[in-house]
Design a protein around this ligand. Structure first.
Ligand code: UDP
Length: 311
């Protein structure tokens, strides 16, 4: 049994990760300030589980053998609502968790993001692509926040020999996404189920590649456990099936049987035109495969949203 600390453990992805780790018999410490996470996400978790309400921009003394550092709002509407706090979470929060890893000797995995590639000029994005990020734009608090978090991971490893892993997480969806998450899958599913218009921001030609949450959790754990030559290098995790936002809207309308119209919505500044992971490294090094196809994952997500709407 390993004691595993999950920051952001009451969030969408974090709670699925906690659940899987508990199922594998680990002791899980879940740290969250509940800014976007919720108690409802972790209420049903069974096993050796402890929840600590804490904002990790303040230091905390805990013991763990592994740290999954996920804490940070990940949806543009949330991370842009308090941008300075987003930067603080990524800088101070990551430093605090690296300090904890240094003191305890824990291995630490950073949940970084495809957003480090900004509005990419090359596609699919490989880990060695340095990105096209506007440091002055509305996404910068998150993009640049995660980029400096990666830098901190690298420098703490060089200076203090911390055992680090960097996961670059691409768009992830699934059951338990918050209704007010504001991201495209949760918006569209909710719109479709409520008979409201699905709004395509800026035309809907832009693309994304959506990974089902169970596959993402499998990838994160595989990267944490991986000890190969590239273990400290960043590793993309995602599903390389790329589609336009319009296609996503049409698929969700079809799968829900909704009569919702598709409407035009406002274009978002610095909205990446394309995003698609090259998962060659994850495949070769971790044996990772994003095995859940979009329709299967969306059906499970729609069913979960239907049930929660009823209650
Ligand atoms: N989007 C949209 N309608 C919505 C929400 C999002 O057209 O109701 C678009 C958004 O402009 C972006 C894409 O969907 O191009 C994915 O947005 P999301 O916020 O899910 O995540 P991102 O990948 O941009 O961080």
């Amino acid at each position: 049994m390993t004691t595993v600390l999950v920051t952001g453990g009451a969030g969408f992805l974090g709670s699925h990760l906690c659940e899987r780790l508990l199922g594998a018999g680990h002791r899980v410490l879940c740290l969250d300030n509940l800014s976007t996470g919720s108690r409802a996400n972790i209420d049903g978790l069974k096993g050796d589980f402890e929840f600590i309400e804490h904002d990790l921009i303040n230091p905390i003394k805990l013991d763990a053998e592994q740290v999954y550092h996920l804490a940070c709002p990940a949806s543009p509407v949330h991370y842009q609502s308090n941008p300075v706090r987003t930067v603080k979470t990524n800088v101070l929060g990551t430093m605090n968790m690296l300090g904890l890893a240094r003191r305890t000797g824990a291995r630490i995995l950073l949940a970084s993001t495809s957003e480090v590639y900004g509005d990419p000029k090359v596609t699919p994005q490989r880990e060695d692509y340095l990105g096209n990020v506007n440091q002055l734009g509305p996404r910068a608090c998150y993009d640049e926040g995660k980029r400096i978090a990666e830098t901190l991971m690298v420098e703490y490893r060089r200076e203090h020999k911390i055992d680090t892993r960097i996961a670059r997480i691409f768009n992830t969806y699934g059951p338990r996404m918050a209704f007010d998450d504001g991201r495209v899958v949760s918006n569209f599913v909710l719109n479709a189920l409520r008979g409201e218009p699905l709004q395509l921001y800026g035309g809907g030609k832009q693309s994304r590649s959506f990974c089902y949450v169970d596959d993402m959790v499998t990838g994160l754990i595989a990267l944490m456990e991986y000890q190969g030559a590239l273990c400290h290098e960043p590793c993309n995790l995602g599903n390389p099936h790329e589609l336009s936002i319009r296609e996503l809207a049409e698929t969700i309308i079809r799968l829900t049987g909704s009569k919702s119209p598709i409407a035009d919505g406002p274009a978002q500044q610095d909205d990446p035109a394309r995003r698609c992971p090259d998962i060659g490294r994850a495949k070769t090094e971790l044996g990772f495969a994003a095995s859940t196809d979009l329709e299967t994952g969306l059906k499970a997500t729609i069913e979960d949203f239907r049930q929660r709407i009823r209650h």
